[in-house]
Ligand binder design. Structure first.
Ligand code: MN3
Length: 254
């Protein structure tokens, strides 16, 4: 029997993960940018399932920059697989360290001690959920306001930031993610291998912080359209980066 509290908690989690139905900065903030990250309220109780978030746009909405087939397979196959495998891992792997609280925050806090199946699939679910809401049709351009100021302060100029972020993305060997994070009140560019992220408490994550931009450079993110040309994919992605969402995450992360 589930208590009313756990049912309510689950419903909140469902709302958070169904990002596509309501795209607002408050949802973005609640889901990904509160100081406690995915906070306790959004934890799902033992026995409940993580679900695939609905995209806040159609699969073809990012054309011509990111193609429809790539988006469809990436979201409905790859991301869905991380969700399914995370649910399976939480049922079958040793999840006792989590104490029955299946929140990203709790999982990432304990990443070093958890089975790889939980760490990798929770990372895959979180990273992709963030990646989707940080893209938008007819977007790109440059950030405004305080974020623009912070980028200028940290990197000298927007162009220099873009160059450094692109360089880091290009240099990731194999599969991984590039990030812009807020760490100790400052902006930093970093990268992680596989499905790790800067929120995980792992010795291997050199720059930890609150993500405000992320870029998936796994080949599955671009191979159908760009084949081996990662640089071409990165150049396209800048045209769909959702700066309003980045600004919201930045405001909440400070
Ligand atoms: Mn991916």
């Amino acid at each position: 029997m589930k208590s009313d509290n756990s049912r309510r908690s689950f419903l909140k989690k469902s709302a958070v993960l169904t990002i596509g139905t309501i795209v607002s900065s408050s949802i973005v903030n609640n889901a990904f940018a509160s100081p406690t990250l995915i906070n306790k309220e959004s934890a799902i109780p033992e026995g409940e399932k993580f679900t695939l978030p609905i995209l806040p746009y159609n699969y073809d909405a990012l054309e011509p920059h990111i193609d429809k087939l790539t988006m469809e397979i990436h979201h409905s196959k790859h991301h869905q697989a991380y969700v399914n495998n995370l649910n399976k891992a939480l049922e079958t792997a040793d999840a006792s360290l989590l104490g029955g609280s299946f929140s990203f925050e709790n999982i990432f806090d304990k990443a070093a001690k958890l089975p790889a199946s939980i760490r990798n699939n929770a990372g895959g679910h979180y990273n992709h959920s963030l990646f989707w809401i940080l893209m938008k049709p007819n977007s790109g351009g440059q950030p405004k306001g305080k974020l623009a100021e912070a980028i200028n302060t940290s990197f000298g100029s927007f162009d220099e930031f873009k160059k450094q972020f692109t360089d880091v993305s290009m240099k990731i060997f194999g599969s991984g993610w590039a990030w812009l994070v807020v760490t100790n009140g400052k902006l930093a560019i970093t990268s992680t291998p596989n499905q790790d992220n800067p929120v995980m408490k792992l010795d291997s994550i050199v720059v930890k912080g609150t993500p405000i931009i992320t870029l998936d450079v796994w080949e599955h993110a671009y191979y159908l359209k760009n084949q081996n040309r990662r640089a071409e994919y990165i150049a396209s992605w800048w045209n769909v980066l959702n700066w309003e969402a980045v600004e919201s995450l930045f405001a909440a992360a400070k």
